[in-house]
Design a protein around this ligand. Structure first.
Ligand code: F0G
Length: 408
């Protein structure tokens, strides 16, 4: 395994554990590649299933269970894990009807140790940080990365430094980061300003753990390994995911590329990335057919997790959309609110950013893009308790309407 520049025209190779975050030649993001031999697919799938019955901490993790596809070189005891992953796939029985489709499933990544998908990447990122001898780790965040980084850093005995957009992070997420003992630096402006400040101000001793870090991407991609295992290795027609900084979309695209090239799946799901209308640079890029991202200067949406105007991983995510023959759309805050109420009244719950998925599915169905019989997996990225202020402020009539639609 090694690190490689993600720009196809560059592809500069580096050592796997070199502590670099951008290509020294062209400045693009890095990715982890491997060209090793693996057991044949049926054997590998059987091994992964058998590990579920083992009490080895690596096997109890829904990330490290798929370690044949993860960075290596760590001793067994060096892995920093909290049994992340192992999240359910829930049938969207009545919510499906609301969206106008028949086969809808939610992969709930909000049911991870700190309540979001970030834990899947953080177990790998923090393991690597410790391995390369870092004493401090840092990130900019809209809240969930902060909570996850703080928890995993505490488990590893590392100092955590977190840059947040001042006044724009849900108190629940902030409380988690404080509880786990992170140092908080509030930056005026948006997430985009916070990440600029992190990259500029934090010293060389701080190991970066935003999703520009390719080790995070490796962990996050395992969500798709687990999902496909849960689907009996038959890919759904569509995989729907919210888009903010676009690390997750990049990670899922990488998973599909690897699963297909190692013949673990035949069919690839079409990936649909859904953004909030007030923070939609990637959706605008896709609709215009342009190859250059025009950032949103002042991103604004109730879905604070994805209030991001200048996503760092857009090139990787665009490649993922192209590879999967996918598409990108945006939804309004009103549409997010309706979809969130529906997921709540279905007994599942999620944070606002996650509800973009259901809102997007409904919209694409109304536009006739999605067939009503298509099999759809929507990724819920954060737990309902991540943003309780939003729930308390949301109108009761919205919840009543959702209940009426669901026949409750
Ligand atoms: N959903 C939730 C709940 C998130 O917290 C995020 C991102 C996303 C979706 C978007 O994922 O950035 O990979 O496209 N949250 C980051 C954070 C930015 O700091 O917690 P993405």
């Amino acid at each position: 395994m090694h690190l490689r520049c993600s720009a196809i025209e560059c592809h500069t190779a580096l050592g796997l554990h070199d502590r670099v975050f951008a290509c020294p030649k062209c400045g693009e993001l890095l990715e982890i590649v491997f060209d090793g031999k693996l057991p044949d697919p049926p054997k590998l799938k059987k091994t992964w299933l058998e590990r579920r019955a083992s009490s080895d901490p690596r096997d109890s993790s829904g990330v490290w269970r798929f370690r044949e596809f993860l960075p290596d070189g760590y001793g067994d005891s060096e892995i920093v894990t909290m049994s992340e992953g192992n999240t359910p796939v829930l049938r969207g029985q009545r919510t499906a009807g609301w969206a106008g489709v028949r086969r809808l499933w939610f992969k709930h990544l909000g049911w991870n140790p700190t309540g979001s998908f970030k834990d899947l990447g953080m177990t790998v990122g923090i393991t690597e940080a410790k391995f390369v001898g870092a004493k401090a780790v840092g990130c900019a965040s809209t809240g969930n990365t902060a909570a996850s980084l703080a928890a995993y850093a505490a488990r590893a005995g590392l100092r955590a430094q977190i840059y947040l957009p001042a006044g724009q992070v849900s108190p629940n997420k902030l409380a988690q980061a404080l509880d786990f003992g992170a140092e908080i630096i509030e930056v005026p402006g948006s997430f985009d300003d916070a990440i600029e400040t992190l990259l500029h101000d934090s010293g060389a001793d701080v190991y970066f753990l935003n999703s520009i870090n390719p080790f995070r991407i490796e962990g996050q991609k395992t969500a798709m390994f687990e999902l496909l295992e849960q689907f009996g290795w038959q890919a759904p027609d569509y995989l729907v995911v919210p888009g903010g900084n676009l690390g997750n979309s990049s990670a899922f695209g990488k998973a599909f590329i690897e699963l297909k090239s190692y013949e673990l799946i035949d069919k690839i799901p079409r990936m649909i990335v859904v953004q909030a209308k007030g923070a939609n640079p990637f959706a605008r890029l896709w609709t215009s057919g342009s190859r250059e991202l025009q950032a949103t200067a002042h991103p604004e949406t109730v879905a604070t997790a994805i209030r991001i105007g200048n996503p760092r991983s857009w090139k990787k995510a665009l490649r993922a959309i192209e590879f999967t023959n996918g598409l990108v759309i945006d939804v309004t805050d009103e549409e997010i609110g309706e979809a969130k109420a529906m997921i709540g009244r279905d007994g599942i719950g999620c944070e606002p950013a996650s509800a973009t998925t259901l809102a997007g599915i409904r919209k694409l169905r109304e536009m006739g893009t999605i067939d009503p019989d298509a099999t759809i997996a929507a990724v819920l990225t954060g737990h309902a308790l991540k943003d309780t202020d939003y729930i308390i402020k949301a109108s009761q009539s919205l919840r009543d309407e959702a209940g009426a639609v669901l026949g409750i």
